[in-house]
Design a protein around this ligand. Sequence first.
Ligand code: HEC
Ligand code: HEC
Length: 169
Amino acid sequence: MRSQDPSRRLTAGRAAAGRVRALAAVALLVLAGTVTLAQTVAPLSGNDDPMANTDAKPVPKWVTDDVRKMRNYPDQPPVIPHSIEGYQLTVNANRCLSCHRRELTEGSGAPMISVTHFMNREGQMLADVSPRRYFCTACHVPQADTRPLVPNTFKDMSELGFRPAGSEQ
Ligand code: HEC
Ligand code: HEC
């Protein structure tokens, strides 16, 4: 019988031992990788003991200089350059629209909500803001001037060597 062949069993045994060694090596690599990662990337939750009661850090101050910020790419929801402290945004009241609604922009001087905000998901234009764009802060957020938690290597399209239309003299 095949299983009684001692030489075969020996090679099978060796192969099995080889597999175990390979597995151990992979496990060691994964472990080493995790340890290095843990050393180089700061945990987003901070360095405090995760089970300890620690004081929350003060909320950083928002940038409220009223200067509309450049978008990093054309479909980026523009960030909010003003304070939204205490603005009610509920099913019954939408403080944002009290300035950004088309009918009210002349008085408020606020930019009108984008034309895309009137479109429902089938692309049909509605008379008012589409329900899927009603809760503005799902996409638009104020900014705080803080240190990035992780390095960011994002490059603007215009740094990637293309020539913007109309830029030739
Ligand atoms: C009192 C009027 C007013 C209210 C209320 C208001 N905004 Fe504004 N918003 C403005 C004005 C005016 C600007 C133009 C920049 C500036 O003056 O701050 C602006 C700018 C913005 C921009 C930047 C647009 C761009 O193209 O860069 C966004 C986004 C925005 N607001 C979102 C909101 C959201 C979301 C809310 C509600 C949480 C809100 N705004 C409430 C008046 C208002
Ligand atoms: C689902 C995400 C989303 C929601 C919700 C949303 N927006 Fe936007 N908004 C965007 C994006 C993306 C853009 C830029 C591209 C575009 O115009 O659609 C934008 C653009 C804008 C602009 C700039 C318009 C311009 O012509 O410069 C204003 C102002 C604005 N939104 C206000 C609002 C307000 C006020 C609300 C709430 C009533 C709101 N948005 C809800 C994603 C959103």
